[in-house]
Design a protein around this ligand. Sequence first.
Ligand code: ADP
Ligand code: ADP
Length: 235
Amino acid sequence: VPLVEMRDVSKYYGNIRALEGVSLEVHAGEITCVLGDNGAGKSTLIKIIAGLHRHDAGDFRIEGRPAKLANPRDALDRGIATVYQDLAVVPLMPVWRNFFLGSEPTKGRGPLRRLDVELMRRTTYSELLRMGIDLRDVDQPIGTLSGGERQCVAIARAVYFGAKVLVLDEPTAALGVKQSGVVLKYVAAARDAGLGVVLITHNPHHAYLVGDRFILLKRGVMAGSHPKPEITLDD
Ligand code: ADP
Ligand code: ADP
């Protein structure tokens, strides 16, 4: 059973067609790429998967059951983590605090105990390292990290907190060649950790580097899928 399955999904804003007859599958340990130019319907697709919008027609299932997401909390509860382009980070907060922001260990306890802090620091360091980033100073404000590193922190966070599906909204859009490579390797690491990844991008090259499945959207409809050329990240 796919982690996420859409069959003939449509979404209209009034009489504006945002999506019509769109189908996709997301499987554990695979990357499904959604390609398309501006206005293709990529954001609308994300909003449906993330529980921000309801689809008007078609079938949307999570692990075989109808999704019925009323809000983003529902999506999280079903194991879907979304990393948006403008990451919801607090720039002046230390990296480790951003990593644990909103998570249970810090909730409703008043001031953090020193033990908790030490544990969270170490966890942040080791989780980032496990996925290939050796960030010496987890106390630095997250705003001092590059855009690519911030994407990686957000991805590592989703993996650590047990997401099954990771939805990435144009994670390389604002990045140069080198940073993009770092982020794509990180995306591949999330896939190798067993997550099902949805990679939204307008960059076909990035999609082909890491993708397993592809859909191409044009003005809201499926415009086919591309074969995967033989390229590796190290080329
Ligand atoms: P993309 O993310 O690929 O640029 P969108 O999903 O944002 O595409 O947009 C798909 C289409 O739906 C576009 O024609 C866009 O103008 C329209 N659209 C998106 N959001 C809204 C909205 N909230 N109200 C009306 N039209 C919208
Ligand atoms: P919803 O009404 O489904 O909550 P949004 O909160 O995304 O949708 O948008 C609110 C309003 O802003 C929409 O009804 C639409 O008029 C306008 N809007 C937002 N994004 C777009 C877009 N990409 N193209 C056209 N109109 C948009």
